[in-house]
Each structure stands twice: as structure tokens, then as C-alpha cells.
Design a protein around this ligand. Structure first.
Ligand SMILES: C=CC1=C(C)c2cc3[nH]c(cc4nc(cc5[nH]c(cc1n2)c(C)c5CCC(=O)O)C(CCC(=O)O)=C4C)c(C)c3C=C
Ligand code: FE2
Ligand code: FE2
Length: 327
């Protein structure tokens, strides 16, 4: 009954969901984060009899201290880059959506998606719109967010979730504009490389639409930029484990380009809504070093959209449309 619902609860709520990140750049905090992440069946679907001994006795003890050092190298004054930029983006979207309560949550780590959704459910919001900050759908990321939305809200019709926005016109234009702005400041590199986080090839073979959506995003951004075919390349980064992942691999491609005499390359990562370990450390540091070691001179990393006004406007506009369609 409307009289019993507070004006605050009657507002629509919007939840921006990101992957999550450790609370501190320490082995202990990284271990806690990786343990939660790598226990998700959407991420690693192996039988727990096989996976848990590998995870607990090999991956967590050895990877956590090593990865903690990488996080320490990119840590910001107020936290992990992924957390800081997600907070700022949320504030920017909130400014564009004054009629809704806009909050963020993390699938792994804090604030946990389960706790944020439970609070919104208990507050009795009329509509809760969930936007995973993954432009391209994957079972490993987006579907895992949906698992928690379904767990907390069931089928009561209050919560809705968007699956992807890989071809959203405003988002495509925001990415293209960020590349144009980079070119205006730094001039154009000899190649533009689009690097996306990978997934195991096995999942793509089983029907995960992620690589098809990455390709479609690249084609749309390239078209918005008016580039000729061959001026842009699509590669996949962040392999984990031993099986083949989506190819071509970013690091191998950079080695080949350096060897082919390409000296200056621009790299953009439109699969990441905000900068994080995988962009600031893996691309802007590690892969830049790899490129140099193979004859390249300058790898210029183009930052993620982060809290750019055009990014916030694009996400606010598509979320407003989603809320309007949510009757
Ligand atoms: C953008 C989409 C992402 C997909 C798809 C994805 C799949 C995926 N990731 C792993 C394993 C790891 N990923 C890690 C970090 C990480 N991954 C994404 C995004 C996607 N992952 C982001 C944004 C981040 C950065 C988090 C941050 O704190 O900045 C990590 C942790 C770091 C490390 O140990 O290397 C792991 C592990 C798998 C296995 C997978 C698909 C099966
Ligand atoms: Fe376990
Ligand atoms: Fe990942």
C-alpha cells in the first residue's frame, strides 16, 4: 500500500555492479578476494574435488603475494583503482539521475552485491534496476551477477537487470570520443589495438556470446572513428590457467608488431568500464614493457571511460530507458 512506503523507498534504485577488488594491496586481502572469485562456478566450473586442492594449496598461496605486489603498484590514495573509479562513476550517474537512488556493488569483495540488493529489497523500492558494468555479456561475469539478483529477488518483478550494452550508441560514441581526444593530444599511433579481457575458448565454443559482442563493439567504434579496415586490431588479454583462451593474445600480438617494425601503438580497453589492475598494470606497464623489449618504442594506453561525463550520461540514459520499460 502506497501510504506505508516511505518516499525514499518508493524511488527507483539503480545498482551499478562491478567485478570487485581486494580491500587492501596485501597478500591476506588479495587471498580473501581471489578465494571468493575463484570459488564461483561461473568462473571455474571444475569439480570441487579437483579444483579446491589446486586453489587452496597452489593458486591462493603462490598467486596472492605476487598479485598483491601488482596491486600495490597501482593502488590509489583512496583505494584500489577499480573501487575508486566505480565510486566516482556512481556519483556521476547519480548526478544525472536525481530521481533515483544510484548505488554500486561488487560481485566479489565489498560492498557485496548480495548485501546491497538485500538492503534495497528490504527498503521496499518500487523498482530496482541492475546494470552490470560489463558492456559485453559473458557467462563468467554477467550471468554470475544475475545469479545473485535471482537469489535475492526471486521472481517478484521488482528487480530487473540489463545483460549488455555493447552496441549502445551513446556508449560507442563515448569510447570513440575518448580515442579522438587521445589522438588530438598525442597524435595518432601507427596502429589502434582494442584489448579485451579473455575467457577460455572452450566457453566461446559452448556458446558464450562474449567474443562476438567484443567484435561487434570494435566494429561499431571503428565505424564511428571512420577508420579503414586494418588500422585497428582486436586482441584478448589476462589469460588464467593452461587451457587456450580467446585469441589473438594481446602480449603475443605486441611482440609480433614490435618485430614487424611498428614503433608507436595506441591501446584501448573498452571491455572495462573503469580502470583496474588489468588495464593500469597489465596493459600500461607489463604490455608496454613487452612491446619495448620487442622493438616497439611507445605504447600509449588510452584510459577507460571511468567517470567521464559522456560515460555517466550514456549509462544514465540507458538505465532510464530500462526503468521506463519496467512497468
Ligand atoms: C571485463 C570482463 C572480465 C571477464 C570476461 C573476466 C573473466 C575472467 N577473469 C578471470 C580471472 C581473473 N580476473 C582478474 C581480474 C579482473 N578481471 C576483470 C574482468 C573480467 N574478468 C577485472 C575488471 C579484473 C580486475 C580486478 C581489479 O581488482 O582491478 C583476476 C585477479 C587478478 C589476478 O589474480 O590476476 C583473476 C584471477 C577468469 C578465470 C575469467 C573467466 C573464466
Ligand atoms: Fe574450496
Ligand atoms: Fe578477470
Amino acid at each position: 500500500m502506497s501510504e506505508s512506503i516511505s518516499p525514499r523507498a518508493a524511488r527507483n534504485a539503480v545498482v551499478l555492479v562491478n567485478l570487485g577488488t581486494p580491500d587492501a594491496p596485501t597478500p591476506k586481502a588479495v587471498r580473501r578476494y581471489l578465494a571468493e572469485f575463484l570459488h564461483d562456478y561461473r568462473v571455474v566450473a571444475l569439480s570441487r574435488w579437483l579444483w579446491c586442492p589446486i586453489l587452496h594449496f597452489v593458486i591462493l598461496p603462490f598467486r596472492s603475494p605476487r598479485v598483491a605486489k601488482l596491486y600495490a603498484g597501482v593502488w590509489m590514495d583512496d583505494g584500489s583503482p577499480l573501487a575508486v573509479h566505480t565510486r566516482r562513476l556512481t556519483a556521476a550517474v547519480q548526478a544525472d539521475m536525481p530521481d533515483a537512488e544510484v548505488v554500486y556493488a561488487m560481485r566479489y569483495g565489498n560492498p557485496s552485491l548480495r548485501s546491497v540488493l538485500t538492503r534495497l529489497r528490504d527498503a521496499g523500492h518500487a523498482r530496482v534496476q541492475v546494470l552490470p558494468l560489463y558492456p559485453q555479456y559473458s557467462t563468467t561475469t554477467t550471468a554470475s551477477v544475475r545469479d545473485i539478483v535471482d537469489e535475492v529477488f526471486g521472481a517478484d518483478g521488482v528487480a530487473r537487470m540489463r545483460d549488455d550494452y555493447h552496441l549502445d550508441t551513446d556508449w560507442v560514441e563515448a569510447v570513440a570520443a575518448s580515442i579522438r581526444a587521445h589522438w588530438e593530444t598525442h597524435g595518432r599511433g601507427e596502429r589502434l589495438l582494442f584489448s579485451f579481457h579473455g575467457i577460455p575458448q572452450r566457453l566461446a565454443d559452448a556458446g558464450d556470446p562474449y567474443p562476438v559482442q567484443c567484435r561487434a563493439s570494435v566494429d561499431a567504434i571503428v565505424q564511428a572513428l571512420g577508420l579503414a579496415p586494418g588500422e585497428a586490431m582486436l586482441t584478448f588479454q589476462s589469460r588464467f590457467g593452461r587451457e587456450p583462451w580467446l585469441q589473438p593474445y594481446t602480449d603475443e600480438t605486441l611482440k609480433a608488431l614490435g618485430g614487424d617494425g611498428i614503433r608507436v601503438i595506441d591501446v584501448v580497453c573498452p571491455g572495462f568500464a573503469v580502470d583496474c589492475l588489468e588495464t593500469l598494470e597489465e596493459i600500461a606497464l607489463q604490455n608496454a614493457e613487452i612491446f619495448h623489449a620487442h622493438g616497439g618504442k611507445d605504447l600509449r594506453y588510452i584510459p577507460c571511460l571511468n567517470d567521464a561525463p559522456a560515460h555517466a550520461r550514456a549509462l544514465a540514459a540507458l538505465t532510464r530507458r530500462d526503468l521506463d520499460a519496467h512497468v
